[in-house]
Design a protein around this ligand. Sequence first.
Ligand SMILES: [Zn+2]
Length: 404
Amino acid sequence: MSGLSLKGPIADDQMMIWEDAGILIENGHIHSIGKYSDVLPKAEELKAKIIKLEGNHTCLPGFIDAHTHICFGGSRANDYAMRNAGKTYLEIAKAGGGIWDTVTQTRRATQEELVKSTIKIANRHLKNGVTTLEVKSGYGLSTGEELKMLRAIKDVNASISADLIPTCLAAHMLPKDYLGSAKEYLSEISTKLFPILKKEQLTNRIDAFIEESAFSKNQIVPYFQKAKEMGFDITVHADQFSPLGSEVAVKFRAISADHLEASTQKEIELLAKSNVIATALPGASLGLGCNFTPARKILDAGGALAIASDHNPGSAPMGDLLTQATILGTFEKLSNAEVLSGITFRAAAALKLSDRGQLKEGYLADLNIFHTNNYQDILYQQGAFKPCMVWKNGEVIFDKHSKT
Ligand SMILES: [Zn+2]
């Protein structure tokens, strides 16, 4: 995935494929990559341990899921059943479901319980080749409860092999039990919570849900201003049901604008001209039965497209990045190169990470190995084909070949 452009369409024949290749790893990073016969002398010189893969294998960079909500309490299986039975959002909320149910269950959980459940989910993603995951707060919705979530995410990151990139989503919705206005809530979060995030180094990323049911552009502008002044990076839940957030994302030079299912040509062009990464979340479209993000149009307009799972208990319960990315590719007519870019180096850019997402000298040795000699098989099987071996920072994390 190296040598490809960050923005615009990519044809499959632009991808560079090494045949009979070798990868030399040193200190968790790729020391050199190329023809096995060229890499071998360097490996011998460094007295490297040599691992030969028997049979046909294809190696890709570790996948990067740039948008998830995998730290939560409870389950929303009943919501899902009700939604599929034709119940409306309001009917589900009245029956005690909806996002407020997740907020209640998450608040009820201890930090330790959240750590335990998040480790379980993150390790499942890792086994499927996702070596870096973004994880949002946003089910706490008060200074104390958001801190509990972000501390839990920090604990998880310290105890598992995958890298977790935390994001503060205290502006997910106005909490039902908050006594003041949206303006007062956001001002309280930015004055009380933001300094603690800095002090405890819990996150450098601030996210907000800009939507009729969440926060308006006008409410979010001062919140993002404060975040920017304090040196946070911005990311936005934009244009999910109405085209509201991408303009704010561009204005604040957000790292990414995510969702975009409702973006029109105007928002698509605005994003394409900017440096904001457009992140499609096919898992939310699959969970809600809605249309997909206009990924083809975004690429054709010259935009940068990342693809993430949005894994969350409500609208995107599947949590399978590869499956969702390949399905988005089928519906939106994306090349193999565009789909794979969306979950590797373009997803890295959506998290402002410049050390991963490509098999390239100096990059992290995060590797996915599939049992095939044709890379097309990987997306062809629509997500059912999983890696037989996953490496993180130069260590084997999962190996289907080993009997242990
Ligand atoms: Zn989300």
